[in-house]
Write a protein that binds this ligand. Structure first.
Ligand code: HPA
Length: 269
């Protein structure tokens, strides 16, 4: 496993136009930020040795290298989801590679269902913490020696980055919420009872991604920052049928606000 990670990292090092310390994962319908990247090089996942291949609609599946906010960055356009059938090791393989490439900070984005009664569709939720409700932990098995066997998760999302995001959002007049993101394996959206249970557990939003990537990033000491776009509501009395199309549409409308915050954070960090 570790040998494969290193092999992929070496292959990419031979093709990267720069040495970025910041990586971004663009989630469902969140391609907007990628349009703002001054792209220097794109590499389809299918060309990268040992990389899984993305299949889900709305994910084109490529690495982008370029500049955002004046900084060198790499971006994953499209991620690997557990519900697609990938193993946890495959889902998080790109994060392992990022560490080998010298990435220090990871920005993640996703679409999520709001379980907090104070949320509205289209809200941006800065992720303050996470709950792993997926059936497995990506660190299960032999410990890869980039981090400890039993990693601390007391600050999964970096408090200083959250502070910076709040400051930038206030300056730009962008309203943001804070909350805890819970990941299920999907691919079903939640029943009303499941939404209620997750809210009782302390979740403010529910989705099908991000948690494995952040676990692996933290294992390697990568700082993480995340934003969920609330695309539907799992709140008693406000539950309507969720469709992938509606999720994409709501994400699309909110993404310029999310992109503005992340771009400025990258520029200043
Ligand atoms: N549940 C799970 N995943 C999601 C949701 C949801 O309500 N909305 C967008 N992704």
């Amino acid at each position: 496993m570790y040998a494969k990670i290193q092999e992929t990292a070496e292959w990419l090092k031979g093709r990267m136009p720069s040495k970025p310390e910041t990586a971004i994962i663009l989630g469902t319908g969140l391609g907007h930020l990628s349009e703002e990247i001054q792209t220097e090089c794109t590499i389809p996942y299918s060309e990268i040795p040992n990389f899984p291949v993305s299949t889900v609609e709305g994910h084109s599946g490529q690495l982008i290298f370029g500049k955002l906010g004046g900084k060198d960055i790499m971006a994953m356009q499209g991620r690997f989801h557990y519900y697609e059938g990938y193993s946890m090791k495959e889902v998080t393989f790109p994060i392992r590679v990022m560490y080998e490439l010298g990435i220090k900070t990871l920005f993640v984005s996703n679409a999520a269902g709001g379980t907090n009664p104070g949320f509205r569709i289209g809200d941006l939720m800065i992720i303050t913490d996470q709950i792993n409700y997926m059936p497995e932990n990506p660190l299960r098995g032999e410990n890869i020696p980039t981090g400890p066997r039993f990693p601390d998760m007391s600050e999964a999302y970096d408090p200083l980055l959250i502070e910076l995001a709040d400051k930038i959002a206030a300056e730009k007049g962008i309203k943001v919420k804070h909350g805890v993101y819970l990941a299920t394996q999907g691919p079903t959206y939640e029943t009303p009872s499941e939404y209620r249970m997750f809210a009782h557990w302390g979740a403010d939003a529910v989705g099908m991604s991000t948690v494995p990537e952040v676990i692996v990033a933290r294992h390697s000491g990568i700082r993480c920052f995340g934003i969920s776009i609330i695309t539907d509501l799992g709140v008693n009395g406000k539950i309507v049928k969720v469709t992938h199309e509606n999720v994409q549409k709501a994400a699309n409308e909110a993404q310029p606000r999310m992109a503005a915050i992340m771009r400025e954070m990258i520029a200043r960090s």
